[in-house]
Design a protein around this ligand. Structure first.
Ligand SMILES: Cc1cc2nc3c(=O)[nH]c(=O)nc-3n(C[C@H](O)[C@H](O)[C@H](O)COP(=O)(O)OP(=O)(O)OC[C@H]3O[C@@H](n4cnc5c(N)ncnc54)[C@H](O)[C@@H]3O)c2cc1C
Length: 541
């Protein structure tokens, strides 16, 4: 490895080569800035990484897989990653939820198919689904834009307000604010559409009886209806490789195995970054911390440099729950007892609305769920290039508490998550699948279990196995993310921006926090240049 010169200078230094760091770097390079991305791990991608370590014939996504918000996100779309080698693949159905009676709640990319499947389960629900889709057609893109652009989203809000009346007015607003579990306001008679919404809400950590869960569930379900849940052909790494190729084509640089130790602040401005135990790079214009808030504020900055407001806010910063993920290489497809009407890429495993809510509630109460809700990915079903024909690259993950008070199941899990606990809990997850797919265990040729510690070791950003850069509950969203009063990329230190999932609008692969950070840096620089220009003009002060 060549040792870099001790005082290199770039316009911008981006810390972390996850999707947000790479989006930020691309945007800065587009503005003509010289950019270097420093990544602590030996490879780029953060929680977007695939490899063949479960079985050499299978490409498994180690963390994230499905990117509906990526497909919907103005930030990612603006980068034309397809022009840099990215190809999206879709499963025959977006999402399926196998129920104990053998029926499936199914989301299909063709809304008429979704509606007819829902109607077959409960007459009237098909019509209600189509009516909901029509309302979404009027306002959905404005809502997505409002969520994925910097706070406050003035333009998207204006657009949304103009269309709100035709989309259902206050009725729609009220429905969006309704908890996923609340019976009263949902326009469906049967449980199947509600299971789709509640299961999607459970992708976040918002309790299903709390406001915000309905909005999250509905947003994910309707984005899935419109855009599908696409995956990058060949593995999730292909997505970040496209970002890196694009950056390279614009002169940006990525350095791996370059963990950042310290951000230097002088006179209230971030001026340089120290990394790799002795190297230093000067940031002429900006530093973007595309790492979670506790890393940026508590590990990379001297506490004396931190504004009081941030220091106080970070004392109450709340992580999202921890995670256990299992990857399987299967000799054949999942042997569902009753096959789905259309094979879904994403599968939710939960018995009913109330059981789903119970398992999410147990996590917040500090207990390991007895019957965990599983989020599963049938990856070869979605993208046949992932493993040999006739096999399945499968994963499932579930959340567990950050601090375990006890186990609602029988295995006496204590939260040590040592090898024995990880394997026993993976068996519990596997048993959930076996209930719906008898004979599942007989198809396994390899299994990998990643507990909270393994996840964090593979990506230090996943503190304690938290996948979303902080809780997605309302009290830490919008202007409360990551600390009250912020909601934007600015950190209170000039020239330093937070550009990770810990910033508004939070977790998932949509690139919005990275894009917001880059835009804020560019805007401030323009303003600074204007001020300096004015000062240097004769007669100006
Ligand atoms: C198991 C799992 C499943 C998920 N599933 C999905 C999904 O299906 N769809 C979806 O949209 N989202 C999913 N997510 C969430 C999504 O992956 C994250 O929200 C997203 O990756 C956040 O991007 P980021 O760039 O902010 O952070 P990350 O992707 O975590 O990247 C941060 C990078 O910073 C690096 N870093 C940390 N500290 C330093 C340092 N000191 N110096 C240098 N580098 C450092 C890390 O090594 C890492 O590469 C999932 C996440 C996990 C963990």
């Amino acid at each position: 490895m060549t040792v870099p010169a001790p005082h290199e200078t770039y316009d911008a230094v981006v810390i972390g080569a996850g999707p947000n760091g790479l989006v930020a770097a691309n945007r800065l390079a587009d503005a003509g800035w010289s950019v270097v991305v420093l990544e602590g791990r030996p490879h780029i991608g953060g929680a977007v990484h695939s490899d063949r370590s479960v079985d050499p014939a299978f490409e498994h996504d180690m963390f994230s897989s499905f990117y509906p918000l990526g497909a919907a996100s103005p930030a990612l779309r603006s980068l034309d990653l397809e022009g840099h080698g990215l190809r999206w693949r879709h499963a025959p159905a977006v999402l399926g939820h196998p129920r104990p009676d053998g029926t499936w709640a199914t989301l299909h990319r063709d809304r008429e198919v979704t509606a007819s499947l829902l109607d077959g389960l409960c007459p009237g629900d098909g019509e209600a689904w189509l009516a909901l889709c029509e309302r979404w057609d009027r306002i959905g893109d404005a809502l997505v834009e409002a969520l994925l652009t910097p706070f406050p989203p003035a333009r998207a809000t204006a657009k949304g307000l103009l269309r709100l009346r035709s989309a259902g007015g206050m009725d729609l607003v009220r429905m969006l604010l309704t908890p996923a579990l609340d019976d009263a306001l949902w326009p469906f008679r049967g449980e199947a559409p509600r299971l789709l919404v509640a299961g999607n809400a459970a992708h976040s950590d918002i309790p299903l009886d709390a406001p915000g869960s309905g909005l999250m569930g509905l947003l994910m379900t309707l984005v899935g209806q419109v855009h599908g849940f696409p995956v990058p052909e060949g593995g999730s790494s292909r997505l970040v490789e496209a970002l890196a190729r694009r950056l390279d084509s614009r002169g940006g640089e990525v350095r791996c195995s370059a963990p950042v130790d310290r951000i230097e602040v002088e006179g209230g401005r971030a001026v340089a970054v120290r990394y790799g135990g002795g190297s230093r790079v000067v940031a002429g214009r900006a530093v973007v911390g595309a790492v979670v808030a506790p890393i940026l504020y508590e590990r990379l900055l001297d506490p004396a440099d931190l504004p009081d407001r941030v220091r106080r806010g970070m004392r109450r910063f709340q992580l999202d729950p921890s995670t256990v993920k299992v990857d399987w290489a299967l000799d054949g497809p999942v042997p569902w007892q009753v096959p789905a009407p259309y094979a879904p890429g994403t599968v939710h495993v939960g018995d009913s609305l109330s059981q789903l809510s119970e398992s999410v509630g147990q996590i917040w109460a500090g207990y390991v769920p007895a019957r965990p809700f599983l989020l599963m990915g049938q990856m070869t079903t979605t993208d046949p290039t992932r493993s040999p024909s006739g096999t399945e690259a499968l994963w499932a993950y579930t959340h567990v508490p950050q601090q375990v008070r006890g186990d609602r199941g029988d295995e006496g899990i204590t939260g040590s998550w040592d090898a024995s606990e990880r394997e026993r809990f993976a068996d519990r997850m596997q048993a959930r699948i076996e209930e719906r797919a008898p004979g599942f265990a007989g198809r396994i040729r390899a299994r990998r279990v990643l507990g909270p510690r393994e996840l964090e070791a593979a990506n230090p950003n996943l503190i304690g196995g938290a996948v979303n850069g902080g809780t997605t509950q309302l009290h830490q969203e919008l202007i409360f993310r990551p600390v009250p009063g912020w909601g934007r990329a600015e950190t209170g230190i000039r020239g330093l921006y937070l550009g990770s999932a810990s910033a508004h609008p939070g977790g998932a692969v949509h690139g919005a926090p990275g894009m917001n950070a880059a835009r804020a840096a560019i805007a401030h620089e323009r303003f600074r240049a204007l001020k300096l220009g004015r000062r240097s003009r004769p007669g100006s002060r």
